[in-house]
Design a protein around this ligand. Sequence first.
Ligand code: BGC
Length: 248
Amino acid sequence: MQIFGVDIGGSGIKGAPVDLDRGDLAQERFKVLTPHPATPAGVADGVKEVVDHFGWSGPVGLTFPGVVTGGAMVRTAANVDQSWIDTDARALFAERLGGLPVTVVNDADAAGVAEMRYGAGKDRRGTVIVLTFGTGIGSAVFTDGALVANTELGHLELQGHDAEKRASSKAKDDHDLSWEQWARRVRKYLAHVEMLFSPELFIIGGGVSRKSHKFLHLIEGIRADIVPAQLQNNAGIVGAAMRAAARS
Ligand code: BGC
């Protein structure tokens, strides 16, 4: 079965039809730049351009980088325009896409469900936590394969700060940190999450997971296994399509 997946990020809006039997993109993805400011109307135009590129006319799953309840309502917007808060994103995108069935899901939850089904979390039971390191830190918490949605662990307090402001990959760039310096912050962050949840496994996702050889070996003293995500750039698109399939 194929469903369309769209990943809405701070820099780009990317999408493709997803082959859910293989857990992979059915065609090469298409990307447009995220407008700035990333207002609901501007983002909806970008989403339409991506979906129209493929002439798609079936169900569409979309990620959003904030809390999303019921596949529709945006509740937080830490790194996008504040006007998203309390927007019915499902209604917005459905209207812009000419009435296609739409499901919206938190970006890290989407990446997490894709990793659990097709990637680094496949067949893993117990508590598994997927963390995406990018502009912010996203989290997806699973217990025996079931998702606890919208956990927002990127906003835990770390040494008096919002954790993602200290340990996201944007924080590494903003503060000009070496891999060693950044890994120390990530280690402290993982220790804090481990103290709260005692997971068996951490899966490290987001763009930086491509460079896991530069920092994973620097993170010591964590009891849980720590592995890089396997779907990398496409996890959000695949997970969004999975959520749309589950709801349609
Ligand atoms: C948001 C999360 C999102 C994460 C990654 C955080 O700032 O609050 O909802 O999953 O960034 O984009």
